[in-house]
Every structure is written in C-alpha cells, then in structure tokens.
Design a protein around this ligand. Structure first.
Ligand code: SF4
Length: 385
C-alpha cells in the first residue's frame, strides 16, 4: 500500500517530472489540459499523455509582472510556471475558457510559448439551450480533427471507445474508494485521497488503474474514530486545496465524508455512456454535467448548486458544510450568497474559508475550524436529543 501511495504522491506533487519520465519511456506527446471541462479521453486515444495542469507550491516570482494581483492563485501559478519553464516538456496545450481570468492566462502562454500548438475549442456555457448538444458535438469533432493533425495519425472510433472504457474504470475505482470512506469502512487520510485523484489527472491511465486495483485491495479496513464530526467540503475550482489545510480539518476533529471539489468528487463522479458513439458519449457527458453536479462556470435552469449541496450533505450524513473558496474566484463568489442563505434557512452549520496560493495562516484558521466542529457536534447532539 505504501508503495502504491508513494507513486501516486510523487506524480501528484511533481506532474511535469512524471510527464518527462513518461515521454522518455514512450516517446509520446504530452498534452497539457486546462481544467475543468475537456475530457482527456480523446488525447489518450491519440496516443498522448493528457495532463491536467496543476498549480504548484512555489511562490509567484517571475510571473508576478505578467499578471494582475487579483487573478486567482491557480492562474498566477500557471503563468509563473510557464515563465519558469516548468511546462517546457508539454507538446501542445488544450485551452479552456471557463472564466475570464483563464483567457488572460491563455494569452500570456501564447505570447511566451509562440511555438506551442494550441487547441482552443470553446465549449458552450448554456448547457440546456436547444442547440447545446449539437454545438458541443461539433466542438468535439473539431478537437478530434485537430488532434489527428497534431499527431499525424487517424484516431479510430474504436480506440476512443477503448479510452472511454479505461477512463470510466478509473473513475469507478475512485468512486468505490470514496464510497468506502464515506461509509466509514476504510481509513485513508484526506491528503492521500487528494493524491489519488490528483495523480489520476496526470498519470498514464492504465498505470493508475493498476495501482488503484492494488490500493483497493490493500487499504486498511478500519473504523474511523467515533468522536470525529462528519463534514462535507465544497468548492475549490480548478485545483487542489493545500494538503496542510486538509490535515488541519482532521486534526480539529472533522472527518471529511464527501466533497464536490474539482480535485475530488467533481472529477470522478460521472462516466461516459459506453453504448453511444464516442463523440456522442463525450457530448452527453458534457452537456449533462450541471444536472448531475452544478458547476458555477456553466449555466442551466432549475439545477442549483445550493439544492445539490443540501441533498448531498444529508445523503453523506455530514453535520456541516465547509466551503473552500479560491480567493478571487468570481464564478464561485457569485454563487456563495445563495449557498449561505440556503444553509442558514435549514439550520445547517457552514463555514467559509478563503484560500490563497501564498502562505496561509493555518494556525489562525485552526481556531475557526475547531469552533465550527464544536458547533456542528452540539447541533447534531441537540437534534438527536
Ligand atoms: S479557480 Fe476560479 S477564478 Fe481560478 S481559474 Fe478556476 S474558475 Fe477561474
């Protein structure tokens, strides 16, 4: 188990080192993907390694002059890493445009790496428009062609089907781990769970599937401490919260039973329909995403994030909600008032923590989290009495 986790931790902590090793071994191409909506399946079927670009722990230095201070930490880190040459091993990049800041980041990458092939296909944001499915299918067909042009080889439908099956399997394995953890059947720290999901965004899919098979067999079947208070973690778009933050929740007596984080349940919660033609499977997977788990960067009538969270907190038997908001993340900020109002109306304890790329005052936050855990514990006891 330790060997499996250690391999995943390494890939999660140093994605570009992993990608460089993969490239040396396979002579294949590495494609950087911006989160959160483009599936990696097509790039995988093209024989490439799709790597979702991650922020790193380094302070923003050379990138500082290129970017506004009110860009979120993820954007600033991606720009800084581009300027530091961290992404030099990438052979092409797939841009997303799901928030205004990312468009600025895309421009800087373009200016800094003019030779880098860019696959920039805009996915529609209004997912329930009557043209959304047609438009999305067109976008994926276009991306398919661009990948063929990049690699100089045809991508057969059956190859994409195989990639979809493999990615589905990988997501299902991680959901199984989540389910076992939610039910209190296994013990795995939040930090390690994050490494499992984060490494799946980076590693060769078959290698990750094999490692997870071993992990699922070996993960200790233990009961969590009864005194821990179950909580639900929400938010944090595009990149993982700092592992020290997750450690701190656990030190304060909280047990995270579920989440909707991008480096978490949001990334693994849904599969593509293997019975459909591959391009249709991808299109349906995309346009139906907000019906399954609302994303603040997309819109759809009648599927509200706060309703999803209320239902999920109950389903997970969580006693409270912790909202992790990336500082300056506009899409999240617009939705927060609705979430707060809904949780206040239902009398469910909730706590907002704004996260930063730079050093965070973990000790000061600890007091707030301890108080929150105590409130959630007492509220649950009062309800049971
Ligand atoms: S974390 Fe928020 S602000 Fe930053 S890139 Fe993602 S959606 Fe945009």
């Amino acid at each position: 188990l330790e060997q499996v986790l250690s391999r995943m931790r390494q890939a999660a902590a140093a994605p570009m080192e992993y990608a460089a090793q993969w490239k040396e071994k396979t002579a294949g191409r590495v494609i950087g993907l911006l989160p959160m909506h483009f599936p990696g399946e097509l790039a995988h079927a093209a024989g490439c390694l799709p790597v979702i670009l991650q922020d790193d722990a380094e302070p923003i230095t050379v990138g500082q002059s290129q970017v506004f201070n009110f860009y979120c930490g993820f954007n600033r880190s991606i720009i800084d890493q581009t300027l530091r040459g961290v992404f030099d091993g990438i052979d092409a990049i797939m841009f997303g445009d799901h928030c205004v800041q990312l468009l600025g980041t895309a421009d800087i990458i373009r200016a800094e790496r003019p030779e880098l092939p860019i696959l920039f296909n805009q996915l529609c944001t209004t997912l329930d428009a009557n043209w959304a499915l047609r438009e999305t299918t067109g976008t994926f067909i276009q991306l398919w062609k661009e990948l063929e042009a990049l690699t100089g080889a045809e991508i057969a439908s059956d190859t994409v089907r195989t990639s979809i099956r493999l990615f589905n399997r990988n997501r299902a394995q991680m959901r199984q781990l989540y389910d076992m953890r939610r039910k209190g059947l296994v013990t795995i720290s939040g930090r390690d769970l994050q490494s499992v999901v984060k490494s799946s965004m980076v590693m060769d899919k078959q290698e990750h599937v094999d490692l997870l098979e071993q992990l699922l067999a070996d993960v200790p079947r233990e009961q969590p401490r009864r005194s821990d208070v179950p909580v639900y973690l929400s938010g944090h778009m595009c990149h993982a919260p700092k592992p020290e933050l997750i450690d701190m929740f656990e030190e304060c007596g909280a047990r995270v039973v579920n989440d909707d984080l991008f480096v978490g349940w949001r990334f693994i919660h849904a599969d593509m329909d293997e019975a459909l033609e591959p391009v249709d499977a991808m299109s349906h997977w995309y346009v139906e995403k907000n019906q399954r788990l609302p994303c603040p960067t997309r819109t759809i009538k009648g599927a509200d994030w706060e309703d999803y969270l209320l239902a999920e907190v109950e389903r997970s038997h969580a006693r409270g909600l912790v909202i992790l908001m990336v500082k300056f993340c506009e899409p999240h900020m617009y939705f927060y008032p609705e979430i707060r109002e809904a949780f206040e109306e239902h009398g469910i304890p909730h706590l907002l923590i704004e996260t930063e790329h730079e050093e965070m005052p973990i000790e000061a936050l600890k007091t707030r989290v301890e108080t929150f855990v105590e409130i959630a514990r007492r509220r649950a006891a009062d309800k049971a009495a």
